[in-house]
Design a protein around this ligand. Structure first.
Ligand SMILES: *[C@@H]1O[C@H](CO)[C@@H](O)[C@H](O)[C@H]1NC(C)=O
Ligand SMILES: *[C@@H]1O[C@H](CO)[C@@H](O)[C@H](O)[C@H]1NC(C)=O
Ligand SMILES: *[C@@H]1O[C@H](CO)[C@@H](O)[C@H](O)[C@H]1NC(C)=O
Length: 520
């Protein structure tokens, strides 16, 4: 009797709770990326969901509610380190050619294929576990959308890049016109409005994206799917079967652009309110009479790999300043370090940026770092190196809270570095602009992580969000841009012009003849 009562009560709770089974697929082993994935999946678990994550690392964050089951891609972290260490990103040219994206497609492809074939993933697929939703980050890994197909559930695509990611926007029909939105991989000019040559150059970036998608990505994705599944879907059928796109950006940090109703911005969701600093750092920060400059190149790039020449420039410039400098430097020692410079292999970036004495952040311009600095309203000197960093830096300059000196900028010298740092420290407009952007960044109806959880639960509740999908994703490009209609209009106009001109000529001639006859 008691047992049945208990089971009735239990059943009641099971039905009342809205715990869903969510699968996250995040194979890229980049450390800064995994901070984002981890935070997002913890957010979902904390909301009471039963979360499973396919990734290179185990979740170490404490959970408040729900659960996280890790499906570890063993060997991926080591493999990733090898790939990253082989690429010397610091040698990247400042200006990328328009076919740059192909480089990333080729670089990452084996990672996606190895994910599909990984024994732990195969074990998960063979188990009878079911899911209500799949989330993945888009990095040209469209073959991973097969998980949503396999579990017959909605798919959410997240991107850690800023809002301008043609590949992700394309999946939900957000089209940022190349006439006014710079491609994420393109080095931007100094002014906001692109001239003719820049627009043409920008268009080439967009066109190559289209070509790679159809003639490289799709065939290769199909080949990978065929090698891993006995009856795989065609990539074209799953490519834009996306219920929701979560952009890791925010309107306060990018040019305004139209977004589809199933695109939601959650930039800053990974930033928690500041925690207490370790004692030594707290003392350095508190005691810096002239404020602190913080230098970090993120987790992929390492400042210990700076050329000797660049290292010397930084040290000379820092030696000329009164400010204290905290430098995330990955070696034990930094020879020639002036007394005002402190180095550490790792620094609690978000908590440091929160300190009132923080005056300037010298960063590579990764999107995550820019959001963290704007969260706290700190001005930036962007030493952009590769990928979307130049574009991120350009946008920060446009918004008036940053200066940009790319690592391989021809103007890079001790004097330019010194002058830019002095300008950022002495001219109050950078801090004011950073603070103004910070207010915009915080001014939202809901916290970004709550927004992400709300929309993911919305998609689960409604079994997808078909009604929010733009039908433009189904149109081919010539229909989308009405090229066929314009072509018919143009031809009709030409034909009409021809008919009218022939008629007019005839009438005119007749009139002339009549006049001649009259005269005669
Ligand atoms: C835990 O999750 C359940 C849903 O599964 C929810 O009803 C409950 O309020 C959550 N508890 C806390 C403390 O957040
Ligand atoms: C497309 O997504 C829906 C859920 O939103 C799913 O039921 C359907 O099976 C998916 N289609 C394909 C071809 O995967
Ligand atoms: C993917 O990996 C499998 C197993 O390692 C291999 O047989 C196959 O050729 C790979 N496919 C592609 C397209 O790289």
């Amino acid at each position: 009797m008691r047992l049945t009562q208990l089971s009735i009560i239990l059943l009641f709770f099971v039905q009342c709770s809205h715990s869903a089974r969510i699968l996250g697929v995040f194979p890229l082993a980049g450390k800064s990326l995994n901070i984002l994935y981890n935070r997002l999946m913890k957010g979902l678990a904390d909301a009471g969901h039963d979360v499973t994550v396919i990734s290179a690392y185990e979740n170490k964050l404490p959970l408040i509610n729900g659960s996280i089951t890790d499906v570890i891609l063993t060997g991926f972290a080591e493999e990733y380190d090898i790939i990253i260490n082989e690429e010397n990103f610091l040698d990247s040219p400042e200006e990328y050619p328009f076919y740059t994206v192909l480089y990333y497609l080729v670089l990452f492809e084996p990672i996606w294929n190895n994910t599909l074939h990984h024994p732990n993933v195969q074990k998960l697929l063979a188990s009878n576990k079911q899911f209500d939703l799949v989330i993945t980050e888009h990095l040209w890994n469209d073959c991973l959308k097969v998980f949503a197909h396999f579990y017959n559930c909605p798919l959410v695509v997240f991107t850690s890049m800023g809002g301008i990611n043609t590949w992700v926007n394309d999946q939900v029909g957000n089209f940022f016109l190349p006439s006014y939105v710079n491609h994420a991989m393109k080095l931007s000019g100094e002014s906001e409005e692109m001239n003719f040559a820049q627009r043409a150059h920008n268009l080439l970036f967009y066109i190559t994206d289209y070509v790679y998608k159809h003639y490289y990505l799709f065939p290769n994705s199909n080949a990978m799917l065929k090698s891993a599944f006995s009856n795989p879907p065609d990539i074209e059928d799953i490519y834009d079967n996306v219920s929701l796109v979560l952009l890791g950006s925010h309107a306060s940090l990018r040019p305004a652009a139209p977004l589809s109703p199933n695109t939601v911005e959650i930039g800053g969701f990974h930033i928690d309110p500041p925690k207490k600093l370790p004692k030594d750092l707290q003392e350095i920060m508190d005691n810096a009479k002239h404020g602190v400059i913080y230098l970090s190149m993120g987790s992929h790039l390492k400042s210990r790999d700076f050329s000797e020449d660049r290292k010397k420039m930084f040290l000379n410039v820092f030696g000329r300043l009164k400010q204290t400098v905290l430098w995330k430097f990955e070696d034990e020692t930094l020879p020639g370090k002036p007394d005002n410079v402190f180095t550490k292999k790792w620094l609690p970036q978000m908590d440091l940026l929160a300190h009132p004495n923080m005056k300037l952040f010298i960063t590579h311009g990764g999107y995550g770092s820019l959001q963290e600095t704007i969260y706290h309203g700190v001005p930036v000197l962007a030493i952009s190196v590769a990928a979307d960093q130049h574009n991120n830096a350009f946008q920060a300059v446009q918004l008036g809270f940053a200066l940009k000196l790319s690592y391989n900028d021809k103007r890079f010298s001790e004097e330019t570095l010194f002058n830019q740092i002095r300008e950022l420290l002495d001219n109050p407009k950078y801090r004011e602009n950073a603070q103004a952007r910070s207010r915009l960044f915080h001014d939202r109806p809901m916290k970004p992580l709550d927004t992400a959880v709300y929309w993911i639960e919305y998609v689960i509740r409604n079994k997808g969000a078909d009604h929010l999908r733009l039908s433009s994703t189904k149109l081919s490009w010539y229909k989308l841009y009405l090229i066929d209609v314009f072509a018919v209009f143009l031809i009709s106009l030409l034909v009409l012009y021809r008919i009218v001109s022939v008629l007019l000529a005839k009438i005119f001639k007749k009139e002339q003849r009549k006049q001649k006859l009259k005269k005669n």
